[in-house]
Write a protein of this length. Structure first.
Lengths: 347, 122
């Protein structure tokens, strides 16, 4: 009889646990912002709250998209224009925090994350909905490099800004999505959402979990053939990748992508993709761009300086180079193990 | 001490069977794309199976975007956006892929009913 009771009790507990798992539902929402499709997944037992939270976030993203747009007339283009005047001015609070953070990350990255080279990016044709057809001529690049602004040319003091280079043009494309998604998840926390995943066109941040397990993210193989690895997000993390396949054009048989090296004026050509895992979406976003530009020889030193420890780079030879801490987190798909190179610890 | 009867063993066996069964349900095999989900403007997304060869036209903010489904793949065939980046991106077949025509506010997500991942990073 004791065994029967034991079996009955075990089955009862198991059933209760399975029933408890079913109480929360997964809600999915989509909208457009930052030049891409944004998807929000929320696991909650309160559909009304999930609806309100997603609507509130999409409204925020829409506002940020307009405020931070690099070439459509708005707050950011106005700010760029004022920076070229050389005079102190009071910055709008909607852009000030992001500009401050951008200056900090730009210094950390030795200027490889450079959010004031809008003129150079524009010359390459990567500002606008048109597909570029050919690269700018060498004279144009040389001229832009001679005057190339950095964030050192932007003074920030008590909410006021001053530019010291008439070629300053803000383009926050390498940080805006990360900043926005992290801010969105923070807002979700405040609204009482415990479990959510935001996918901003392939860059993701999550809080909580999927229910029965952590949020599980597949990392696309840059060759375009399926998934190269997967990672489980733990303790409110973001995973951001910068790759040469995201936006590009081909001219006379050569491919030109959108990640421009501010040192050369040309697309950075040593890496294929860089993936960064970090709690801070803005840092993960900016660091993935900076480390991509740094390339296979210099990324480790820069990663240490930028305080990102979980990094994976795929180089031109198809080698998968990663930090020891990233190796502990990532699960490679079968057939890729002979491509791995583990870097020295960054500390 | 009472001995377990055949029925007791059966209940115990069924109970233990639930454990690997639950585990296998959470470790699904990767699934190929089974459908596309089209979002146009503020309209609720509409899902189409990817096995049926067809052309689908949806109206966005600038006009009609036309998608073609063929051989388990999908592409943007025509779109009123200026850059035509969505068209130039060609065929898509992997679950988690997106085709986005931002000016027209039309998005296509490739989905699977056996989704192994909650999101795809690229």
């Amino acid at each position: 009889m004791r065994y029967r009771r034991w079996v009955a009790s075990a089955l009862f507990i198991l059933t209760a646990l399975l029933t408890a798992c079913e109480r929360q539902s997964l809600y999915r929402y989509q909208s457009f912002a930052f030049g891409t499709l944004i998807e929000i997944k929320i696991r909650s037992d309160n559909k009304s709250l999930a609806n309100r939270a997603s609507a509130s976030l999409f409204a925020d993203f829409d506002r940020m998209h307009n405020d931070w747009h690099a070439w459509q007339p708005g707050l950011l283009t106005q700010t760029s224009s004022l920076l070229t005047s050389g005079q102190w001015f009071t910055a709008n609070s909607a852009v000030l925090a992001l500009i401050k953070l951008s200056k900090h990350y730009s210094e950390m990255s030795n200027g490889l994350f450079n959010p004031v080279i809008g003129k150079l990016i524009q010359a390459w044709g990567f500002q606008g909905s048109e597909q570029p057809r050919y690269p700018p001529d060498q004279n144009t690049i040389d001229r832009l490099l001679q005057q190339l602004p950095t964030m050192n040319d932007v003074d920030i003091e008590d909410g006021r800004l001053r530019g010291n280079n008439s070629w300053l043009q803000l383009d926050l494309g390498a940080i805006a999505k990360g900043y926005a998604v992290s801010a969105g998840l923070k807002k979700m926390h405040g609204l009482g959402i415990k479990n959510a995943l935001i996918n901003a066109g392939g860059d993701l941040c999550g809080i909580g979990d999927q229910g029965q397990r952590a949020w599980r993210i597949g990392i696309r193989d840059p060759s375009g053939e399926g998934i190269i690895a997967s990672i489980n997000l733990e303790n409110d993390e973001c995973v951001f990748t910068s790759g040469d396949y995201e936006r590009y054009f081909t001219h006379e048989g050569k491919r030109y992508h959108h990640i421009i090296d501010p040192r050369t004026g040309y697309p950075a050509d040593q890496a294929v993709s860089v993936t960064v895992l970090h709690k801070n979406g803005a840092l993960a976003d900016a660091a993935s761009t900076a480390l991509f530009i740094a390339g296979p020889d210099d990324w480790q030193q820069l990663a240490k300086k930028m305080a990102v420890s979980d990094v994976m780079m795929i180089d031109k030879q198809g080698r998968i180079i990663m930090t020891p801490s990233m190796q502990k987190r990532i699960k490679l798909e079968p057939g890729n193990k002979n491509r791995i190179i583990i870097s020295k610890p960054l500390t | 001490m009472l001995k377990m009867k055949a029925g007791d063993w059966l209940i115990l066996f069924l109970g233990l069977l639930l454990v690997p069964l639950s585990w296998s349900m959470t470790q699904r095999d990767p699934g190929s794309t089974t459908a596309i989900e089209i979002t146009a403007g503020d309209q609720p997304p509409v899902i189409y199976p990817i096995k049926n060869r067809q052309r689908i036209a949806v109206t966005g903010e600038l006009g009609d975007s036309v998608m073609e489904i063929r051989d388990g793949r999908v592409r943007m065939l025509s779109s009123p956006c200026h850059g035509k980046i969505c068209i130039l991106s060609g065929w898509h077949q992997h679950s988690g892929d997106n085709i986005v025509c931002l000016p027209n506010k039309v998005g296509v997500s490739l989905i699977s009913n056996k989704e192994r991942f909650d999101g795809i990073n690229f």
